[in-house]
Write a protein that binds this ligand. Structure first.
Ligand code: SF4
Length: 434
């Protein structure tokens, strides 16, 4: 099956396992064991997949530098889906990651036709204020794409490595697609790679927490990162079966290859366009040396970005959440009492009658109220397991269950909105103003 994911359309990905086979996203299950205090989304299989997350677990375990980065298009209300990404960014920041949040105003301007003023207004008043209220620390970086010279310059450079066929294969661009829309695709790649620029400490693993629909950006960026790099390390085998590494480059200056040949310890041989290494037993050291030489000769030495993929909540009425159906989603800025009422009207996995419910049990896996507990309203795993079991056993009644979810929703929104008021006065700590 040929599955195209378009991050600009709210496509419902109903079978996540296809992503493993089709796009090479790896299951997250095994990663969880490597993490000391996993985020609840990790334990609960809400984050279900990743690319190269082993680089991040290694950095967290051994106190090595790493970054976390994600972006938000300022096009509407901040909702629970955005909250998920923000929580993932903040969790990585708490684990020692240098955190970056980009407001994708170039994307909103080119794809949605939003004015720059509107982008700024929504970017700050909806997204950034909630990000700070949720716990983003001022040592992280919050920026607007249109105001970041580093991102814009890098986007231009990346543009020289991306061609139209590649972009249209990933995003389905056609002859009608405007150039700014294409530029916004490479700008997002620049968002993802710029934490590795010299001014932010140079090459390092960077994780991008996203919904599965954003994977095209990740694939494009990983490809562009490779293309920008001066050197490529290949594992090879000679005709006698002896293994060796070959560092290859089409674009590196001759002096850079010579320098590599001199600096790499052990038996090496310099050829035109490549250096072969016959006894490298420390791959990390080899990689480090290659990156150092590349940086000295003006290259980027990007580490291909890692990513995590979370699944989406369904709408409160079942089906998809949609900004055009207010009853299907909750915004972090809406009236807490009104939000509680929405939760009380939500579609449950309950049976037609109380009698049936007691006899057959409910279906929490089909219940949007249970999803609210799972994603947002219950931190304690034991409490969540109890809700699940009681529902399945038929000892839980939907009315009471919805009342609990509504009460917690109202409490969360009330507290969050109070924290937002405090956050408004702290914008200058983040180099921002309204
Ligand atoms: Fe959903 Fe609760 Fe009803 Fe179970 S009892 S179906 S979790 S609302």
């Amino acid at each position: 099956m040929n599955m195209k994911i378009d991050p600009w359309s709210a496509l419902n990905i109903d079978d996540y396992s296809k992503l493993f086979d089709e796009f090479g996203i790896l299951p997250f299950d095994e990663m969880v064991r490597e993490i000391e205090n996993p985020h609840k989304f990790m334990n609960r299989k809400i984050i279900f997949g990743h690319r190269s997350y082993d680089l991040i677990t290694d950095a967290m375990k051994h106190n090595k530098p790493f970054s976390v980065m994600s972006g938000f298009m300022p096009s509407g209300k901040i909702h629970l889906g955005h909250k998920m990404v923000m929580e993932e960014i903040i969790w990585h920041q708490q684990q020692g990651g240098d955190a970056f949040v980009g407001i994708a105003d170039r994307e909103a301007h080119s794809v949605r036709g939003m004015s720059w003023d509107k982008c700024k207004d929504i970017g700050i008043n909806e997204y950034i204020i909630s990000l700070i209220a949720l716990g983003f620390e001022p040592d992280g970086h919050i920026y607007f794409q249109s105001k970041s010279e580093q991102v814009k310059d890098l986007a231009f450079e990346l543009g020289s490595k991306a061609n139209f066929s590649e972009l249209s294969a990933i995003y389905g661009f056609t002859g009608e697609t405007n150039v700014a829309h294409m530029l916004s695709a490479v700008t997002q790649s620049a968002d993802i790679l710029h934490p590795q620029l010299e001014e932010y400490g140079g090459p390092k693993p960077t994780v991008i927490p996203v919904g599965a629909d954003q994977d095209p950006h990740i694939r494009l960026t990983r490809g562009l990162g490779h293309k920008m790099n001066m050197f490529k390390i290949e594992g090879r085998e000679d005709k006698n079966g002896n293994k060796y590494f070959s560092i290859r480059s089409k674009a590196a200056p001759e002096e850079a290859l010579k320098e590599l040949n001199e600096r790499i310890p052990g038996k090496t041989k310099l050829f035109e366009g490549h250096v072969d290494i016959f006894n490298a037993d420390d791959f990390e050291l080899l990689l480090k040396t290659v990156r150092e030489v590349e940086l000295e000769f003006g290259g980027y030495a990007f580490v291909p970005p890692s990513s995590t993929y979370h699944r989406f909540m369904s709408g409160l009425q079942g089906g998809k959440m949609s900004s055009s159906v207010p009853d299907s989603y909750l915004s972090l800025t809406e009236d807490p009492k009104g939000a509680a009422k929405k939760v009380k009207r939500a579609k449950t996995g309950g049976r037609m009658t109380l009698e049936e419910q007691k006899k057959l049990g409910g279906e929490p896996d089909k219940c949007s109220v249970y999803e609210m507990f799972l994603f947002h309203l219950v931190d304690d795993d034991e409490e969540l397991a109890q809700i699940y079991t009681e529902c399945r056993e038929g000892s839980r009644v939907c009315g009471n269950c919805k009342a609990l979810a509504a009460e917690r929703t109202e409490k969360f929104l009330k507290e969050h909105q109070e924290l937002r008021e405090v956050a408004k006065d702290r914008l200058d700590e983040y180099g921002l103003s309204i």
